[in-house]
Design a protein around this ligand. Structure first.
Ligand code: SF4
Length: 330
């Protein structure tokens, strides 16, 4: 997928650099788009004269602005995500008052949705379909609504509590789906969002990718079974490591310390462990029976093959006997 598939808003970026007289700018792109970083950097330098620093660190979401890079540039352009309320509430990186430094470039898709929807429509079974999309395709939801109406389908696009656009979803924010519907049609790429939707919303999800033209179906029971198994493995733990994520939008210190206190109260050995990148390799050395993740709430799903159970904060409440299994996805 090249630069033509997305709107990189390069004219807007160059204008901002010139208006702010920025001498040094940072670029932060999600993993799949780092391949075009050099092309963008060289165009910016050629047209504005600004020096560009590309973030080589991982970038998982709007929660993951490269604050170390932000400190050393005049402007930072973060691609692929929209500004969220949680980012706006973060503590400023710089103590002195400065103008806004971080700009989110949403990377809206330039690809049409009609063909992929024609493939998805025969897979829809329910009367009412909830329409959602990642920010790249959120502008296409109204068109999707019209196309589905022509196919005789009733649709709803819910208001999001925390995100910028109606029908928009993040991997950890499905608040736009809290509208009555029988199933969900997701416009976007990859399985991360549709799996989360099936898991948390308990509804069948039809995922339609306008770039690859693939249709994938995700059933909630399949996803929930995997989490029940992970929780079951943690029930015998005598010691736990409570993980604190150090990515700027994932730090939940109060939640982690409260969980540790509760665990100790229930007779467990519990330790707080902070790290930026929570990976299997980084967890291997710690001698505890299980881990509880308080960073990205979806992270525990990546650890199903790990030799020790890794569960979310909500799942740990079930282990501690403070939450009923049936309330796991409330
Ligand atoms: S916390 Fe996780 S799911 Fe939420 S935006 Fe960050 S990486 Fe995505």
């Amino acid at each position: 997928m090249g630069t033509n598939s997305y709107d990189f808003e390069l004219d807007k970026i160059k204008e901002l650099i010139k208006n702010r007289d920025a001498r040094r700018v940072g670029l932060q792109l999600p993993e799949g788009l780092k391949t075009v970083a050099i092309e963008i950097a060289s165009e910016i330098t050629k047209d504005t004269g600004a020096e560009v620093i590309i973030s080589g660190s991982s970038c998982y979401g709007a929660c993951d602005v490269d604050e170390k890079l932000e400190r050393i540039v005049d402007l930072l352009f973060h691609f692929g995500h929209s500004d969220t309320f949680s980012f706006k509430k973060r503590k400023p990186v710089l103590k002195e008052k400065v103008k806004r430094k971080v700009f989110f470039i949403e990377l809206r898709s330039n690809v049409g949705i009609k063909s992929v929807l024609e493939k998805a429509i025969p897979e829809l079974k329910g009367d009412c379909v909830g329409l959602v999309a990642t920010v790249q395709h959120v502008h296409a939801l109204e068109e999707a609504k019209i196309l589905l109406a022509h196919a005789g389908k009733r649709t709803v696009i819910g208001k999001s509590k925390n995100l910028k656009y109606d029908g928009q979803v993040l991997g950890c924010d499905f608040s736009s789906v809290t509208v009555p519907c029988d199933e969900i049609l997701f416009l976007g790429s990859g399985s991360f969002h549709p799996i989360g939707l099936a898991l948390y919303e308990g509804k069948r999800v039809i995922a339609a990718d306008p770039f690859t033209m693939q249709i994938n179906i995700h059933e909630p029971d399949e996803q929930r079974k995997k989490r029940y198994i992970a929780i079951g493995r943690a029930l015998d733990a005598k010691s736990v490591g409570i993980l604190i994520g150090q990515k700027c939008g994932q730090i939940k210190l109060n939640e982690a310390t409260a969980l540790r206190r509760k665990a100790v109260h229930k007779g467990l050995d519990a330790y707080l462990i902070a790290m930026e990148e929570i990976t299997e390799a980084n967890l291997l050395g710690f001698k505890v029976d299980a881990f509880v993740n308080t960073a990205c709430p979806r992270l525990a799903e990546d650890f199903v093959q790990f030799k020790k159970p890794v569960i979310s904060a909500t799942e740990f409440e079930v282990v501690l006997g403070e939450r009923d299994w049936k309330d796991l996805w409330q």
